[in-house]
Design a protein around this ligand. Structure first.
Ligand SMILES: *Cc1c(COP(=O)(O)O)cnc(C)c1O
Length: 354
């Protein structure tokens, strides 16, 4: 089932590949779907990219009922367009929706609409190595009413942004600060949902990290301030004495699709991988006794971000001589190889557009 399309009469100039950066430019079209309690989700349509007009009393502005997703479309080495595990994104969007009392969308219809939108704006997918089209689906509460209860009206929108190569100058390990003062999430809270409020409350920590020369925050668990959870907008992995370890999903950690993909690739390559609690003390001890071999974050934007320095209680740990490790490189090459069509997709993760 296709949705009606209104094409723009004034297509925008496409930015040069080397000026893309992240999230700065937007394509010519967007997908919009409305919800009302009377009609359910209805009126799906692809229209020219444009500002939306909302009543100032819209609930999203006051009580933060907002969720989002992030995924990418790529042009392969043989010129085809593909999406990477988009079904997982819509499934996760519905998990977030459930936590925030937002009505579920039809995942299959959302995927069909996304494919149609990507076809319409296909010329916006940059083809240079490392570039991609970043896709941002999101849902906001639009009922104009200040009563504190779940909205009876919503908008589901998909916008798309051509994004540049994350590693134009090669993979540079990042510097990360372990956060002790603030917490991101607690079990029972919203840490597992991709909701805007999680980001609003994390900004102060990133700001303080930046002031000290670190690019992101490593969060510890919100109860004991002891176990490692995740980094900014990435999940975290440690390679200790030959075994890769990542925090298990406890309810306060965002279940990353890249995280899941990495775990599957590691198992496929017979590299030992454990999902379990990992205390920050274990990481420090491993560094002290020389068994902390690699640390890396994973997420859709960068795929892999090696961690070169970790700040903990005023002490800076230098990891793997601030170079990308063998396992990080292997995982990066495998995932980007599948995404660019250079490597066979044994996992059936990609959806090719016709
Ligand atoms: C989106 C996100 C991630 C990474 O998820 P991917 O599906 O791999 O992109 C990790 N942590 C947080 C907090 C996120 O919002």
């Amino acid at each position: 089932m296709s949705v009606p399309v209104t094409l723009t009469t004034s297509p925008k100039q496409k930015p040069a590949a080397d000026s893309l950066g992240f999230g700065k430019f937007f394509t010519d079209h967007m997908f919009v779907l409305d919800y009302s309690s009377a009609k359910g989700w209805h009126d799906g349509r692809i229209i020219p990219y444009e500002p939306i007009s909302l009543d100032p009393a819209s609930k999203v502005f006051h009580y933060g009922q907002a969720i989002f997703e992030g995924l990418k479309a790529y042009i392969t080495v043989d010129g085809e367009a593909l999406l990477f595990r988009p079904d997982r994104n819509f499934a996760r969007l519905n998990h977030s929706a459930e936590r925030l009392c937002i009505p579920a969308i039809d995942e299959q219809q959302a995927l069909e609409a996304l494919k149609q939108l990507v076809e319409v704006d296909r010329a916006w997918i940059p083809a240079e190595a490392g570039t991609s089209l970043y896709i941002r689906p999101f849902i906001i509460a639009t009922e104009a009413d200040l009563g504190v209860d779940e909205s009876t009206e919503y908008k589901f929108i998909i916008i798309m942004s051509p994004s540049g190569s994350y590693y134009a100058e090669g993979i540079n390990p990042v510097k990360i600060m372990v956060e002790k003062k603030y917490v991101r999430a607690v079990v029972g809270g919203t840490g597992e949902a991709k909701t805007s409020g999680n980001y609003a409350s994390s900004l102060i920590s990133s700001k303080e990290a930046h002031e000290q020369g670190y690019s992101q925050t490593l969060w510890l668990d919100g109860k004991e301030n002891k176990y490692v959870e995740e980094v900014g907008s990435m999940n975290i992995f440690f390679k200790i004495n030959g075994t890769v370890v990542t925090p298990e999903l406890t309810g306060s950690i965002l279940p990353g699709i890249t995280r899941d993909s990495m775990i599957q690739v590691l198992k496929h390559k017979n590299i030992p991988i454990e999902e379990r609690h990992i205390a920050i003390d274990e990481v420090i001890d491993a560094h002290t006794n020389g068994t902390l071999e690699e640390v890396f974050g994973t997420g859709t934007a960068a795929v892999i971000s090696p961690v070169g320095r970790l700040l903990w209680e005023g002490e800076e740990l230098v990891i793997n001589n601030e170079e990308i490790g063998d396992v990080s490189q292997l995982l990066y090459d495998t995932l980007t190889g599948i995404q660019s069509g250079k490597i066979n997709d044994d996992f059936n993760w990609t959806i090719r557009l016709t």
